[in-house]
Ligand binder design. Structure first.
Ligand code: ATP
Ligand code: MG
Length: 309
């Protein structure tokens, strides 16, 4: 095991099969922490967990003619709203419900499949699902992260055949065929797909999803919680930040940040620490004014792009 391979990574990066970027043993405490770090309405997490539990409990018992489940959850929403993080966290959370099963998380790298030489995408996709994923699933419950799924299951009706190679069209066909085959044979697989461009996903893929969840940008109250959580977690290294995290004035910063997504909020905190060399050298010196100034800049950039209101 090399330095970059954590104890939870089952396969060394150089040994990963084509199209797979990681295979991890679950549960994983780092992924559990990620699940906790995403602040969304509790109903979203509850719905995801319930669907995941049901996937593994129901599909092994009830035949597909009674309940035609495909074992696919799709998370959609604007960039930076926590979809990928939630997907990884969900995988680990679900593992706590099957303590003896040693489930795994398999992460698919769609670009490694679609960037292959012309004419080979379809075969790569078919091999990934029918061989690699099916083999991994033969040893126990398997959760497969299909990040940026619009890359793999691109909407065939939107493709112009001149601009988009037939190969990509066939890749979507292959994904659909393979999903049907796996759904039939492997009730112990759960696919968690994410996309910030759901219009670009083929309708036949969306129709196979057992649950589609919209992950929205954080509302005002969630913005304040994300900021507090983010700054408070830094106080482990920079103790003076604990006071900022608890400050009543943080509400003003949250107000100035309204409309920013979770990623932009966390980056805003970094930008605030980079407001001066002094603070950069010692983040204990961060003040509410630094945060307000960084918030105004982040918001201005977002307004220029026509995002936040
Ligand atoms: N609701 C949230 N609460 C706390 N942190 C958040 C939230 N949303 C996003 N983040 C943070 O933003 C970063 C980006 O999250 P993530 O990559 O999961 O977003 P995404 O929705 O998958 O984005 P994209 O669509 O661009 O792939 C992470 O550090 C995550 O912790
Ligand atoms: Mg993502």
């Amino acid at each position: 095991m090399n330095a970059s391979t954590s104890a939870q990574h089952l396969v060394r990066p150089e040994d990963l099969p084509r199209g797979i970027s990681a295979v991890r043993l679950l549960p994983d405490s780092q992924l559990d922490a990620l699940w906790g770090s995403i602040i969304v309405k509790s109903e979203i997490k509850e719905q995801l967990l319930s669907q995941g539990i049901l996937n593994f409990s129901l599909r092994t018992k009830v035949s597909r003619d009674k309940l035609p489940m495909h074992g696919v959850i799709l998370l959609v929403g604007p960039p930076g709203t926590g979809k990928t993080t939630l997907a990884r966290g969900l995988a680990s959370q679900l593992a706590h419900f099957m303590p003896r099963a040693k489930p795994r998380l398999v992460e698919v790298d769609p670009h490694a499949l679609t960037s292959s030489a012309m004419g080979k995408t379809q075969r790569s996709v078919s091999e990934l699902f029918s061989q690699t994923i099916a083999e991994l699933a033969s040893s126990g419950p398997t959760i497969v992260l299909l990040d940026e799924v619009e890359t793999l299951a691109a909407d065939r009706s939107r493709m112009s055949l001149e601009a988009n190679p037939v190969d990509i069209h066939r890749a979507t066909d292959a994904v659909l065929v393979q999903l049907d085959a796996l759904a039939e044979r492997n009730p112990n697989i759960l696919f968690i797909a994410t996309s910030n461009f759901p219009q670009a996903i083929d309708d036949a893929f969306t129709s196979r999803c057992d649950l589609v969840v919209e992950v929205p940008p954080p509302a005002q109250e969630a913005v304040a919680q994300i900021l507090e959580h983010c700054i408070d977690s830094l106080s482990e290294h920079f103790p003076a930040l604990a006071k900022i995290a608890k400050s009543k004035d943080l509400a003003k910063v949250a107000q100035a940040c309204e409309g920013l997504d979770g990623r932009a909020l966390r980056k805003m905190v970094v930008n605030a620490m980079a407001q001066s060399r002094e603070v950069a050298a010692d983040p204990n010196k961060l003040t509410i004014d630094h945060l307000l100034s960084a918030a105004a800049s982040a918001k201005a950039v977002r307004m220029q792009k026509g995002g936040a209101k």
